[in-house]
Design a protein around this ligand. Sequence first.
Ligand SMILES: Nc1ncnc2c1ncn2[C@@H]1O[C@H](COP(=O)(O)OP(=O)(O)OP(=O)(O)O)[C@@H](O)[C@H]1O
Ligand SMILES: O=C(O)[C@H](O)[C@@H](O)[C@H](O)[C@H](O)CO
Length: 206
Amino acid sequence: MSGAVDDGAAAAAAAAAAAAGAAGAAGAGGAGAAGLDARVLVVMGVSGSGKSTVAAMVAEQVGWEFAEGDAMHPPANVDKMHAGTPLTDEDRWPWLDVVAAWIRGHLDAGTNGVVTCSALKRSYRDVLRAPGVVFVHVAGDGALIEQRMSQRSGHFMPTSLLKSQLATLEPPQPDEAHVTIAADRTPEAESAEVVERLGLVTIPRA
Ligand SMILES: Nc1ncnc2c1ncn2[C@@H]1O[C@H](COP(=O)(O)OP(=O)(O)OP(=O)(O)O)[C@@H](O)[C@H]1O
Ligand SMILES: O=C(O)[C@H](O)[C@@H](O)[C@H](O)[C@H](O)CO
């Protein structure tokens, strides 16, 4: 599968333009210098797709702040998932509010950032959406993701919940500022594609 899958042209162009604003202002992390707004990437997708891996890599490459949306769940949500029960909308709204507050805090402070959040439904993304927010959908097929989840250790999410994650997923639509990244390559290739397609500026390695 090629990396650039199924983005609406308008969405991809909007995403690139939005993120390029940030790159031009602040490839190395600050956003205020050129008077442009900060940008936040929300790396989304089902559990096990590789969101955390790709997001951390992109954040490091461009020098933006990184946050793990899984760490923002109320403990009751984590307990529920750990026990093998899918979250409901009611479980997710308070969590999405916390992620949205992180996003808004960064946009308001003029600090670019990258945050992971499954953001499976459009209505969830509506909570997170704001000018300057670009969704990066890490998308892969169930068999690949199942294999990755079953090999992962020390994570609260059981592989048994993948089915409900996939059933709940509403991929971003053409009118949503987003890019879709195919999950079937190396993390390095996937993160490089995010940087390239969004026109981000990488910082020199120390
Ligand atoms: N491109 C990749 N190629 C091979 N393995 C990968 C790749 N990306 C991630 N992995 C591995 O797959 C597993 C799932 O990745 P990761 O934890 O980043 O996914 P996630 O979407 O953040 O999951 P969750 O939402 O459940 O936390 C991990 O063990 C990770 O090391
Ligand atoms: O909406 C959800 O069901 C949750 O956010 C999950 O997707 C997890 O937090 C995560 O992906 C677990 O590993």
